[in-house]
Design a protein. Sequence first.
Length: 597
Amino acid sequence: MTEATQVPVSVLGRSAVKIHYQVAMPQPESHLFEVTLNLQVWDADLLDLKFPVWTPGSYLVREYAKHLQDFSAQSEAGEPLPWEKQSKHHWQVKTLGIQALSVTYRIYGNELTVRTNHLDRTHGYFNPAAMCFYLPGHEQSPLLISVVPPHDQWQVTTPLPSVAGETNTFSAADFDTLVDSPFETGTHALYEFEVLGKPHQWAIWGQGNADPDQIIQDTEKIIRTEAELFGGLPYDRYLFLLHLSSQGYGGLEHKQACSLNYPRFGFRDPEKYNRFLNLVAHEFFHLWNIKRIRPQALETFDYARENYTPSLWFSEGTTSFYDQVIPLRAGLYDVKHYLKLVSEAITRLQTTPGRRVQSLSESSFDAWIKLYRPDANSGNAQISYYLKGEMVSFLLDLLIRHQHQNQRSLDDVMRQIWQQFGRSETGFTPEQLQGVIETVAGVDLDDFFEQYIQGTAELPFNEYLAPFGLQLVATVKATDVPHLGFTTKSEPGSTLIKFVAANSAAQQAGLDPGDQLLALNGFRVSAEQLPERLKDYQPGDTVQLTVFHQDQLQTHTLKLAEPPPDCYSLQSVETPSTNQQELFGNWLGVSLESLKD
């Protein structure tokens, strides 16, 4: 923490009530954080405390209060104060005219994700939304938070400014700012670097094969590329916080930081390392798109309930579009790899039956009950607003580029919406978002939005790709066999049916997810053996599958179907016109001919 990030105590606490949190971790092996909330100048007979049920950037009610235990309240003199729990996340303390009091409780933290808390003998990581109460009516009050490490050698890293003269004490302008500031406490490695005159940090916890020097070098390129798009960096300093875990993956954006979780040995293989760069580009792009450019429904956060918006496809999906574009522009991989990534995304979309059932705006609105809570039928009934939003953004970029001969693009949409809504942090409505895109495109997009965002029409990839000399080619993998309509999962000693596609032969025969697959035409078969065994049959043949369904032995008769396309790739058209070659070259900076090398 540098002196430039410190604030004097005298400028803190300008509201009546003084709020000061202390987070200690005296026994890390217990996974219990010990939290004390100290209040001074309290002037009411009742103190209402509410615990957030979600955190911005992760649209699911996670019920953080379920990890809270040992709640108590006491006066400054140590006298117990009576309290009652009003609801699952609402506590009420009778303060009886006492102006100085403290509330203590413990939080169990043993979930290593970017949106939760994790405490063990190696470190203590926490998100304030999953750690701290808010005081209704006092959300805009400034506050302090102190961290007490269990060992002298543990350091504290957070994007919050430190308070001058106070050990491991930090200030937040309001509760929103506190929630937006993750904390890492431990012996993590810190790496300082500067980009465009502003200080940055990588804080890395865990062991693995990450190369900090390479990560910093590539991060600098990502920062410069995104700053060039938006015209500068809207922060004084920025923190990248990375957890190296066994197999975790994810990111959570903040205004001046991001938390990342990535497999510890996922940095040497080029494909895996490029995926890491996509993650970095994604979370960094969010410091504009969603942290400052955000839907009106998220302009003011309500931490007690769901905050619904139909526009997450833009906040997340468009960010996913750019997380692949930015490393390309930064020179971190080439056009062939970029088009491969786009092809893989299209494949995921086109092989998800739910794209025909759930619209993009509905997917955004229902994130709270669907995206983070998949079940056996999710693939049939829903589509990710990340995935389809990325593809819709891809088409919008092509539409704008074609309309204006590459003189405009989706970049211009981002710049305009940044100027109009982001700088002032004024939330946009779905109608205003469409208006900005239409202004840049120069065409009416009512039909586009009705079909592909509010509706479930198939995305017209080839129509939008054709002007650039590209086509989408659908194929069946060479190893594919007649289609059953289900996927399997191997477990010790058994093969389970994991997913049954809607309207498939498997569904029509009565097979269910969770059935244990035993035999094909009377002979035992495993998940690994099934593809090879199916090579003995042709589409149209009838086979018998034997399963345990809820422990009952059943045999089902299925008619094998033609294998559907399961691989989509972007390829150059056979004989591109001069105009197609020019549009493609001005778009991606290489020739169409180079794709055939």
